[in-house]
Design a protein around this ligand. Structure first.
Ligand code: ADP
Ligand code: MG
Length: 470
């Protein structure tokens, strides 16, 4: 953009300079010609015309009064026979030698010629004049072309140095003005980039510039407002739905249990058992959805404390040991000491449990799962790695979506509803943590949680390093 602007400006300036130069050259040339034509005519009509009455001395005397030597001009009056009546002396500035100006060849018509005298170019106007009583003279006046040339040369210098200077100033100034004009836009863009579904209640800073930029920031704020409304509407809706579903589910459960207690046949008992199982499953889904809605709405920030991540991970892994044992999966555990985070411990346990549960679930018998906890500059890192089925590339972007399961049949058999990772993500986001996944289909997966480390370093009690097979 700047290059285009500079290029266009340079071209326009060059065209402008060229026309000024040529225009001035033409003007100076024409006015010199005109001035000399005028002066030769005056010499003819006012002086040479008097030659018969007042004599040649008068003409010579009067003409030299014009002081051509001082003005750097050349004047010559030649009689009809070619003899010179008057010729101006050497010019004071010595720019040419007046005695070496060649005699005219054409003496009949008025003409302009350029003659080279020594190394000076003279512009000479020739004016044939006939007095009232028929005597013929040729009046010549010349001026060094050098005068015009030096004016043009000066102009050329000004243009040659001025053009780049003007372009540089214009580009520099234009850039500065543009930057200043775009500053509020950058400011708004930086703020807009930080807007996400979690801070939709915030607004962009108002810009009171009274121009399009103010309008832009206002429209963006209105748009964020509308987004905020619809987001709130959606999350209120799913929270309300989940909440409303809980009561009837509890009632169904109670009624079924009462029914079972009232003596039923074995077949009926089996049916009741399976309905109870399904209603349990439904309750779990409803609870999870409610939890996600609340986390998304930022309602679960209470109950945070400094927690030793290694200790929490170890005890959570202990709880899941049975699951791993059932499939003969080896659970490796490795944790650095003093990895402390600020968290709601129950939620943190849920993250670890969900990830471990997945790792065990999606790893075939006799595989392994590694859990590690370490510090990495500002973050505490929790990593859960398995050598299980892995996740296909096309599924990777979706696994954190609600109800998404890469292999629906298998996942449902193992009791998954596709909400586990959504909860993990919701909890992490609520705590300012990030969860990442790296996976190769058929080889295994790594889930990595980057949790901001708690601000002051030392944990309340020293925790030993855990290296254990659980
Ligand atoms: N460790 C893992 N190995 C392979 N696939 C996984 C792993 N963790 C999650 N997935 C995939 O991500 C999907 C979503 O996980 P999740 O939300 O926990 O749902 P669920 O476990 O109920 O199926 C799973 O269905 C599975 O396809
Ligand atoms: Mg799961």
């Amino acid at each position: 953009m700047t290059a285009w602007y500079a290029g266009l400006l340079t071209i326009s300036l060059i065209v402008f300079s060229a026309s000024v130069y040529l225009g001035l050259e033409h003007f100076l040339d024409a006015s010199l010609h005109q001035e000399m034509a005028e002066q030769t005519r005056v010499i003819g009509e006012k002086l040479v015309d008097e030659v018969t009455q007042r004599g040649e001395e008068y003409v010579v005397g009067e003409t030299s009064e014009l002081a051509p030597e001082i003005n750097g001009r050349f004047i010559r009056i030649t009689r009809h026979d070619g003899s010179v009546l008057y010729r101006s002396g050497q010019p004071k500035d010595g720019s040419f030698d007046s005695s070496r100006v060649p005699a005219a060849t054409n003496r009949v018509t008025a003409s302009d010629r350029r003659e080279i005298v020594g190394d000076t170019e003279l512009l000479i106007h020739r004016y044939p004049f006939t007095t009232k009583d028929g005597k013929k003279f040729l009046i010549e006046e010349g001026a060094p072309y050098q005068q015009i040339r030096s004016v043009l040369h000066g102009l050329l210098l000004i243009l040659a140095f001025g053009t780049p200077l003007i372009v540089a100033c214009a580009v520099g100034g234009g850039y500065w003005v543009m930057q200043r004009a775009l500053e509020p836009v950058n400011y708004i863009a930086a703020h807009a980039e930080r807007v996400s579904s979690r801070n939709l209640s915030e607004r962009l800073p108002s810009v009171n510039s009274g121009d399009e930029i103010e309008r832009l920031s206002n429209s963006l704020n209105h748009m964020i407002g509308r987004l905020d409304d619809s987001f709130q509407h959606i999350s209120r809706f799913s929270a309300d739905v989940s909440h409303e579903l809980r009561t009837p589910l509890t009632i169904i459960r109670g009624e079924l249990e009462a029914l079972a207690a009232n003596g039923v046949t074995t077949e009926q008992m089996e049916v009741i058992g399976s309905v109870l199982e399904e209603s349990d499953r439904l309750s779990k889904i409803v609870d999870q959805l409610l939890a996600i809605s609340r986390l998304d709405a930022g309602e679960e920030s209470a109950g945070r404390a400094r927690v030793d991540l290694g200790a929490v991970a170890l005890s959570t892994a202990d709880q899941l040991r049975l699951l791993a044992d059932e499939k003969s999966i080896v659970l490796h555990f490795q944790a650095d000491t003093g990895v402390v985070v600020e968290a709601d411990e129950i939620r943190l346990r849920q993250v670890i449990a969900n990830l471990l549960d997945n790792a065990i679930k999606y790893t075939s018998d006799s595989g392994w799962v590694k859990l590690s906890v370490k510090n990495d500059r500002e973050n505490a890192i929790l990593e859960i790695e398995d050598n299980g089925v892995g996740i296909a590339n096309e599924s990777l972007p979706h696994i954190f979506e609600r109800f998404y399961r890469a292999d629906k049949a298998r996942s449902r058999l193992s009791g998954g509803s596709g909400l586990g990772l959504s909860i993990v993500k919701a909890i992490c986001t609520a705590h300012g943590a990030i969860v990442k996944v790296f996976s190769t289909e058929g080889k295994g997966s790594i889930f990595r949680v980057e949790w901001p480390a708690a601000t002051s370093s030392a944990p309340s009690s020293a925790v030993p390093e855990h290296v254990a097979h659980v």
